[in-house]
Design a protein around this ligand. Structure first.
Ligand code: ADP
Ligand code: MG
Length: 334
């Protein structure tokens, strides 16, 4: 009883520590996010109230994963977890407050980011992913709604980008475990997942990162489908229908049979479309950016660059100084 009473009073204290706004600033798959003020520090924070997975169950596994991942992640391109508490069996995650997500940011700019902003965001996104991958964490749900943009700094190319929403993230170990099918939001989902592979890894985040890059450049999601097959065909129509030349796993070798069970040789054949023909992608990214985009969107996951090698591409060669300045300024302001 003593212990229970203590826990209850700790919960009350935690609840009183934050004054939460009534209307949520964002709703996602696993919870709603509210702006709040910490009465101790005066700081504006974001509180994510996790939905229970099932009504009568305890702490959802997505919350536990998210906490575990973020506790160890201190990086300028990863949203900072400040506090965790539990009220009426709902887990509350307290984060630094970041004004908007990338989808909202693009809308605020009439879907037209400047080429230098795209470059700078891409560099920071890769730095965040590199940090995760070096710490053996797969994000698994990278999409514009899960990428936050701090607009505190006036210059567009100095804005700080932070990856958020680690509900789907998990630490990977060797050998990489077989994952469930239902991960990444469908438009950003890598083809190996769409074709039903049981074993996937870091390259799924690189694919999503490529989709986000194309989306930043063109102003709209690049592969929009209303189902898995719709998304697959949307990919084929732009990148061309793949064959074993692009991806050895599509070949007839018996040992590869079943590696991608949902790929059908009867799929319609589309040729690859040039980026110049797809909205303003070529014009926005220029030749250097298109080289990176093409490599991030390789059908064969083994051919996609790692976060480390992607950040060394010519396209990003001039962004280091600006991003370093943004990071320093963000730290100074914090
Ligand atoms: P879900 O798992 O439910 O998708 P997210 O963590 O992605 O939850 O949060 C949902 C939305 O809330 C985000 O898309 C974003 O708009 C907003 N949000 C999330 N974290 C923050 C934050 N730290 N500061 C401000 N807004 C945030
Ligand atoms: Mg989300």
């Amino acid at each position: 009883m003593m212990a229970e009473a203590q826990v209850a009073s700790q919960q009350e204290q935690a609840e009183k520590k934050y004054i939460m706004e009534e209307k949520s600033v964002g709703e996602g798959t696993y919870g709603a996010v509210y702006r709040a003020r910490c009465t101790v520090t005066g700081r504006t924070v974001a509180i994510k109230k996790m939905k229970p997975e099932h009504e009568d169950e305890g702490v959802p596994s997505t919350a536990i994963r998210e906490i575990a991942v973020l506790k160890g992640a201190d990086h300028v391109n990863i949203v900072k977890l400040l506090d965790v508490f539990c009220v009426r069996r709902k887990v509350h995650l307290v984060f630094e407050f970041i004004d908007r997500n990338l989808k909202e940011h693009m809308r605020a700019h009439s879907l037209l980011l400047t080429p230098s902003a795209v470059r700078c965001f891409q560099a920071q996104m890769l730095r965040g992913i590199l940090f995760l991958h070096t710490h053996r964490i797969l994000h698994r749900d990278l999409k514009p709604q899960n990428v936050l943009i701090d607009t505190a700094l006036p210059a567009e190319s100095l804005r700080n980008l932070k990856l958020a929403d680690f509900g789907m993230a998990r630490a990977f170990s060797v050998p990489i475990p077989k994952y469930t099918h239902e991960v990444v939001t469908i438009w950003y989902r890598a083809p190996e997942i769409l074709f039903g592979t049981q074993e996937y890894a870091l390259p799924v985040d690189m694919w999503s990162c490529g989709c986000i890059l194309a989306g930043m450049a063109s102003g709209q999601p690049i592969f929009q489908g209303d189902s898995e097959i719709g998304t697959i065909f949307a990919i084929f129509k732009k990148l061309g229908t793949p064959n074993e030349e692009h991806w050895a796993d599509l070949g007839p070798l018996p040992q590869l049979q079943g590696a991608l069970p949902d790929f059908k040789t009867t799929f319609p054949q589309w040729p690859k479309k040039e980026w110049a023909q797809i909205r303003n992608i070529q014009a926005q990214l220029l030749a250097e950016g298109v080289v990176l985009l093409d490599d991030l969107l390789r059908y064969d996951p083994a051919k996609r660059p790692s976060a480390k090698s992607a950040s060394k591409y010519e396209y990003l060669a001039h962004t280091t100084a600006a991003a370093a300045a943004a990071a320093a300024a963000a730290r100074a302001g914090a």
